[in-house]
Design a protein around this ligand. Structure first.
Ligand code: GDP
Length: 295
């Protein structure tokens, strides 16, 4: 995960990690290299530039060069700023409603169906939750089949209505089914297109209005970098979603989406997907991720 970025930051911070004398000039050079590493990781240039400007400001504020261990302090400042950029504290999901309705949004192939299963499994394992999965992709029969396969795998009920081509009606019927059957979590998997389009946005907006979800989550493929950030912005403008799910981190060597998505949409990354298996789900902890990136 993010190996390229880690390598580059490691090289950038080499001097500060105790391999030479620290001067104002090499602090400035280091920050330039840090900025370059972030841009190479597909972080937007302005975000990277603002990032290093903030680190520099803190370094001046803390009088780094006069400190006992200037190198270590600089590395800490970079780590703290990276944590902050990725969201600060971990953000949970709202499960206080009964049933708690969780609406999944995102492009086709982003990992919505897989993540819906992972989340259902994760919550089921918490014992107090009895999730129901609802299949609202009316365009691809294979998508409904896929959710049923996932449901069987994790032993979670799946609600679908194959003859019905109205996703709003299916979502509502799914919620009614959950209420009647004692499911205290409803996870609604929706259709996605290959790119943002008006029809998809109107459809998800209508589902959103009809069921008033406790949580609206936006699922995105981490490997798509700045595209992921742009797609997030488009969905957020319409849905004002509550959080981001970053999938396929296991294949992402760059990390640009993870680093910049929060600062663009101002919504936290709540979970990450780290593989195809149902168990490959983790709560996103910005500080742990920063530790991992900086080694
Ligand atoms: P959807 O169209 O948004 O519902 O996307 P799917 O859930 O069908 O996922 C698309 C592909 O990505 C499938 O082959 C999944 O197995 C794969 N996938 C989903 N999440 C992850 C992940 O975290 N890591 C990896 N490596 N593959 C994933």
């Amino acid at each position: 995960m993010f190996d390229n970025l880690s390598d580059k930051l490691d090289k950038a911070l080499h001097i500060l990690k105790g391999h030479g004398q620290i001067t104002e000039i090499n602090v400035a050079e280091t920050l330039k290299e840090v900025r370059r590493a972030l841009v190479d990781a597909d972080v937007n240039y302005k975000i990277a530039k603002d990032f290093t400007a903030r680190v520099k400001e803190k370094a001046i504020g803390e009088n780094v060069l006069k400190s006992l261990k200037p190198g270590q302090l600089m590395v800490k400042l970079v780590k703290d700023e990276l944590t902050e950029l990725m969201g600060g504290d971990a953000a949970g999901i709202n499960l206080s409603d009964s049933p708690s309705i969780i609406l999944m949004s995102g492009l086709q192939g982003s990992g919505k169906t897989t993540f819906s299963g992972k989340l259902a499994n994760y919550l089921k394992n918490k014992k107090t939750k009895k999730p129901l999965l609802v299949a609202c992709d009316v365009y691809r029969p294979a998508a409904i089949d896929q959710l049923h396969v996932v449901g069987e795998q994790i032993n979670v009920e799946v609600f679908s209505d194959r003859g019905n081509n109205d996703p709003v009606a299916i979502a509502k019927a799914g919620v009614a089914h959950a209420k009647a059957n004692g499911n205290n979590v409803v996870i609604i998997d929706t259709a996605g297109r290959l790119a943002v389009d008006e029809a998809m946005m109107t459809e998800i907006e209508n589902i959103h209005k009809a069921i008033s979800p406790s949580e609206t989550l936006f699922v995105v493929d981490s490997m798509t970098g700045q595209d992921a950030v742009n797609t997030a912005k488009a969905f957020n403008d319409v849905l004002n979603f509550d959080g981001v799910i970053l999938t396929k981190l296991d294949g992402d060597t760059r990390g640009g989406a993870a680093i910049s998505i929060k600062s663009v949409v101002n919504k936290p990354i709540k979970f990450i997907g780290t593989g195809e298996k149902m168990e490959a789900i983790d709560v996103f902890y910005p500080s742990r991720m920063a530790d991992r990136i900086l080694g």
